[in-house]
Design a protein around this ligand. Structure first.
Ligand SMILES: [Zn+2]
Ligand SMILES: [Zn+2]
Length: 329
């Protein structure tokens, strides 16, 4: 007698049997060779209520990662059981060395309600395995392809990576390679919704960081102008300081209150090779000081008071453990 599984067509829409398609991934005997297969196998895992697979294929630094695995499993199961998984439609797929995006439409329904949504999912490779990083909903099921085929993203260095505690080297030449790096850093920062990014955070130990502060204008978010700082020097600061919560793309999901100068003067070289001096205030000053610290191997955690440091300790330990142990199969 044939197994029921072998007869069933895989829910990912490949036209293959489940047995020959997504089942080997779900059972752990194979790891999806690209982000598109991972995305499809995760859709099927939701449809079949396989929370372990969803958890195993979520990047440990994902904002969607939940420390409480039991609660996480329960919420996946609740979602799986409340929906009818009608069809998966892949709209776009872009893959680079270690970053990939998939735009898809998941046709779902529950109790005569259409729950169809369109999402752009981001995937990152860690230790040779593709993992789901995060997703953002695209309103009205109409994906915007402005970045199609051009997305150039860089892998991030996470807490615990030795490059984040190293003194970065001065830059001697501003050339095409550096401009390409700045372009990729900008795309990586924008995709991650960061306001600043330092070269060591993308595995380049050189004295370079970028910044852009989004501005809310007439109800919509303007990305703001990109500013590039090469070999920066921070000149005398005002004595006035302010304290507010900061986060860091290299330390996902953790925040802490940091006291910083309200205004600073920065001497730096721009991408055209011009040496400049400019003043910055409030949030711009804060972002610059945060990124400048990265060039000296300093993380915002070092500025926290003893009480905050102690409070964050377990979460940091957990993050590091997730980053280093999760893929030991
Ligand atoms: Zn499949
Ligand atoms: Zn940072």
């Amino acid at each position: 007698m044939l197994q029921h599984d072998q007869e069933t067509v895989c829910r990912c829409g490949s036209g293959l049997s489940y047995e020959a398609c997504c089942k080997p991934y779900h059972q752990g005997s194979q790891w999806p060779e690209n982000a598109l297969k991972l995305m499809k196998s995760r859709y099927v895992a939701y449809a079949l209520n396989l929370p372990e697979y969803i958890i195993r294929t979520t990047h440990p630094a994902s904002p969607q990662y939940q420390a409480n695995v039991f609660a996480w499993k329960r919420s996946i199961t609740k979602f799986s059981q409340s929906q009818v998984f009608q069809k998966l439609e892949v709209v776009d797929f872009i893959e680079h060395d270690s970053f990939a995006t998939v735009v898809f439409i998941a046709h779902l329904a529950s109790d005569h309600t259409d729950n169809t949504f369109c999402e752009r999912s981001y995937f990152e490779k860690l230790k040779g395995h593709w993992l789901y990083k995060w997703g953002e909903l695209i309103e009205g099921h109409e994906p915007n392809f402005s970045q199609r085929g051009q997305l150039q993203l860089l892998p991030l260095a996470y807490y615990g990576d030795p490059i984040l505690t190293k003194q970065a080297e001065p830059i001697e030449h501003i050339n095409e390679d550096l401009r390409i790096l700045v372009d990729k850093m900008t795309q990586t920062m924008d995709v991650c919704h960061g306001m600043g990014l330092a070269a060591p955070q993308v595995h380049h130990s050189i004295r370079l960081f970028i910044m852009r502060q989004p501005i809310l204008q007439e109800g919509h978010l303007d990305l703001g102008d990109l500013k590039v700082f090469i070999n920066p020097k921070i000149l005398p600061m005002s004595s006035e300081t302010w304290k507010t919560a900061e986060g860091c793309l290299s330390i996902p999901a953790l925040r802490g209150d940091v006291e910083r100068a309200k205004s600073i003067c920065v001497e730096y070289t721009d991408l055209e090779g011009q040496r400049k001096t400019a003043e910055f205030f409030d949030w711009e000053a804060r972002i610059i000081l945060h990124e400048y610290d990265h060039l000296n191997g300093v993380l915002f955690l070092e500025h926290l008071d003893a009480q905050q440091k102690k409070a964050l300790e377990p979460s940091l330990k957990q993050l590091q453990q997730r980053l280093h142990d999760s893929l030991e199969l």
